[in-house]
Write a protein that binds this ligand. Structure first.
Ligand SMILES: [Zn+2]
Ligand SMILES: [Zn+2]
Ligand SMILES: [Zn+2]
Length: 317
């Protein structure tokens, strides 16, 4: 009987495996070495071998056909890589999803547990993003819609994952991109209300990042709401509204705001804070300036209030 009663004295992929007595052909050992493993021995039956991973040192059980004909992977290295990706996005890998080997169960910063595809978690980590659980994401979308007088009804009927079906205060329902709802950048096909004709505000918000105080210049039909919604952890970033000016329409607000950003870029690029310093704390991709830029940016808003049009200057420059 080549299968002995004796097991290897260490667990292999979490189990004790019986030693299979038989030859250790040289070409098996060479194939293992070429693929990053040490050949330890045979186990379980005549088809399986035990390999030691040259990266992490852990033993793993493989079919000899995989070792000879394919690219065997170390499950312990894969597990470590996935756990590290989870930590990078602010979550913890708790377990594999028993229903699908491409999915794991993760616990997010909010405390909720949710399933995610491993490769999406690794892509988010590589992109330097933080992640939230699905329930908290939907809560945030609902809040963002509420601020614009819309309600989330459910998934979009005709469009993709980044859309939802929303109902306007007038009762009309339509599919809208989540990002457009966040910015109030949409028109109701039911009652004809357009974002561009609604009154708006240009604001200066202040936030405390772990390493530096910053301000955000932007526009919104509801600056206080925008201040709350843009923070990942309000207890840490402690947002406040420093200043806002009223603008007659959303259309004018977005034009003036864009022109102000390019004015600052041209004249005071030293005030721009690089995204890697704020993107883990504030949900925005740009528009963040150093706190000491406040007097300069306030002077620009004063000028806008007394009739200066930054667009005229952009066109001339
Ligand atoms: Zn390994
Ligand atoms: Zn959550
Ligand atoms: Zn409507």
């Amino acid at each position: 009987m080549p299968l002995g009663k004796v097991t290897y004295p260490f667990p292999i992929d979490g189990k004790f495996q019986q030693i299979f007595k038989g030859p250790h052909p040289t070409h098996w050992q060479e194939a293992a070495a070429q693929k990053g493993f040490e050949f330890i021995g045979r186990a379980k039956d005549r088809l399986h071998v035990v390999l030691g991973c040259q990266s992490c040192g852990a033993p793993t059980l493989k079919r000899i056909s995989v070792v000879l004909g394919h690219n065997p992977e170390c499950p312990h290295c894969i597990q470590a890589r996935r756990a590290a990706a989870a930590r990078a996005i602010g979550a913890e890998l708790i377990a594999a999803d028993p229903s699908d080997r491409h999915y794991g169960l993760f616990q997010f910063g909010c405390g909720h547990t949710d399933r995610r595809q491993y490769h999406r978690v690794e892509a988010a980590a590589a992109g330097g993003h933080q992640a939230s659980c699905s329930a908290c994401i939907e809560d945030r979308y609902a809040e963002e819609a509420q601020c614009q007088d819309w309600k989330v009804i459910g998934p979009a009927r005709r469009k993709g994952l980044n859309y939802r079906c929303y109902q306007h205060a007038c009762g009309h329902c339509q599919d809208v991109a989540v990002v457009n709802m966040r910015n109030g950048d949409l028109d109701c096909a039911g009652c004809g209300e357009t974002w561009s004709s609604k009154p708006s505000e240009i604001y200066i918000l202040a936030f405390t990042l772990p390493t530096l105080p910053v301000i955000k210049l932007g526009y919104s039909s509801n600056s206080l709401f925008r201040m709350r919604q843009v923070q990942r952890d309000p207890d840490q970033t402690r947002g406040s509204l420093l200043r806002k000016i009223d603008v007659e329409t959303g259309h004018r607000a977005i034009c003036v705001e864009k022109a102000l950003h390019s004015h600052i870029r041209r004249n005071r690029s030293d005030l721009i804070v690089p995204p890697e310093l704020f993107r883990d704390h504030i949900r925005t991709t740009s528009e963040i300036y150093h706190r000491h830029g406040k007097p300069y940016i306030e002077a620009l808003l004063d000028a806008v209030e007394s009739g200066w049009d930054p667009r005229a200057q952009s066109a001339a420059a």
